[in-house]
Ligand binder design. Structure first.
Ligand code: RB5
Length: 145
């Protein structure tokens, strides 16, 4: 299951991403703003990342204006590796090398077409493991200190 959350600045792009997930028959759950009324992205990140960290969701897509604020908040949650991606290369390699479990997008930065390709790449790329596992483990170690 993919958890999809946004604040007001990401609301329109969230609608597009949900459209993509529906089209592809991917199970999802929606969080955050239900329209363009302002809400606080750290609260959305906290709720959605809790769901990913507990295993209830396999992954999440979080959207704010730039993707930055919501990724900062997401990365404060233990077990979360959130990556802001503005192109498919970033989406591919953050899965291959970082085992990112949350994709962050900027609703005011990335157009709907690009965002759909980025999300599709993120959701369809597996972690490569090997030497990258050691590096991901080192990230996790920082969390426990
Ligand atoms: C909201 O205006 C905006 O600050 C927020 O969506 C995000 O871009 C923060 O990083």
């Amino acid at each position: 299951m993919v958890a999809v959350g946004s604040d007001h600045a990401g609301y329109e792009l969230k609608r597009e991403i949900i459209g993509l997930l529906k089209e592809k028959g991917i199970e999802y759950a929606e969080y955050g703003c239900t329209d363009g009324t302002p809400c606080d992205y750290p609260l959305v990140a906290k709720e959605v990342c809790g769901i990913v960290a507990s295993g209830e969701a396999d992954t999440a897509i979080l959207i704010c204006g730039t993707g930055i604020g919501i990724s900062m908040a997401a990365n404060k949650v233990k077990g979360i590796r959130a990556a802001v991606c503005t192109d498919t290369y970033m989406a591919k390699y953050t899965r291959l090398h970082n085992d990112a479990n949350v994709l962050c997008l900027g609703g005011r930065v990335t157009g709907a077409g690009s965002a759909a390709e980025i999300a599709d790449t993120f959701l369809n790329t597996e972690f490569e493991g090997g030497r990258h596992q050691r590096r991901v483990d080192l990230i996790t170690e920082i969390e426990s200190n």
